[in-house]
Design a protein around this ligand. Sequence first.
Ligand code: ATP
Length: 297
Amino acid sequence: MTDNILKIEGLCKDRGKTRVLHDVSLTVSPGERVALLGHNGAGKSTLIKAVLGLIPIEGGSISVASHRPGKGAARSATAFLPEAVSFHPALTGREQLSLFARLSGERADVPGLLERVGLADALDRRIGTYSKGMRQRLGLAQVLLGHPKVALLDEPTSGLDPISRQDLYAIIDELAAGGCAVLIASHALTEVEARTDRIAIMSKGHLVANDTLTGLSAKAGLKTRLRVRAAQDADAIAAQIGGSRINGASVEILCTPDQKMIELRRIAAMGDAVADVDITPPRLEDLYRHYAREELK
Ligand SMILES: Nc1ncnc2c1ncn2[C@@H]1O[C@H](COP(=O)(O)OP(=O)(O)OP(=O)(O)O)[C@@H](O)[C@H]1O
C-alpha cells in the first residue's frame, strides 16, 4: 500500500468569489478504504467532482492512476457511485449493465454481477420498479463491472436498511481487497468507524484531520472511559481508585490513552473486589466533534 493511486495536493477551488476548498491534500493507496467526513457544505462533493474532472480547479494538482482528472486513462481507472443513483426506468437491470459493459468495452458476466449485489431475482425487471436500495445495488454492480483502480462513493448507504448496508460494505471490502482505492464520503459515522482504514475530516473547505482512528484518538487526547463493577462494595473501590460512583454497583474513571494500562493494573490489583471492567475508547462521533470544533476556533 505504498503507491498513492489517488493523489490530491494543495487543491483549491472557488465557487464565485468564495473559496470552498482550501489547500486540500489527500492520498489514497491501492486497497485502502478512506472515509471522507464533514458537515453539509464542507466540500466533500466538490472534492469528488474535482477528482472526476467535472469542474476546473483554481490551484493544486490531482493525479488519478498517474493521470490528470478528465483524461481518458484517469476516467477508465475511476468509478463513481453518486448518492442518488439514477438509471433509465424502462431498462431492466440486465439491459442497463449490458449497455454499460458495451460502452466501456468490458466483457462482463452480467447475471453473475447482479447476483453478487443481491439482484438475481430482479435481473429482468424494469429499473422503474426497483426500490432505492435496489438501484443503489445496481449502481454498485456498475462500479464492480469497471474493475476500477479508484472508487469514489458518495453516501453509498443513504436510505438503505441495516442489512443492505452490511451487504454493501461487504462488497466495498471485496473491492478494496482486490486492490481498489476507495474513498467514501459519508455522514454515517458508526458505519465508517467500523468499515474504513483511515478517516479524513473536512470542515469549511479545510482538511482538518487525516489519520487512522487510533491516530486521531491519540492526537485528540480524548479520554477513555473505564467502568468498574464492584463485586460487593463500590464505595471501597471508589475510595481506592478514585473516579465517580455512577450507580449502586459501579465506579467510572476517565483516563487518557497513555494512562489506560496504569489504571487497568490498579484495578486488577484489587482482585476479587472487582466483578467486571468495561473499556470504552473515544468514538468517532466524539473525535469528529473534536476536530470539527478545533477548526471553528
Ligand atoms: N454549483 C455550485 N455553485 C456555487 N456554490 C456551490 C456549488 N456547489 C457547491 N457549492 C458550495 O460549495 C461548498 C461545498 O459544497 P459541497 O457540495 O462540496 O459540500 P458537501 O460537503 O458535499 O455537503 P453535503 O454533505 O451537504 O453534500 C458549499 O458552500 C456549497 O454551497
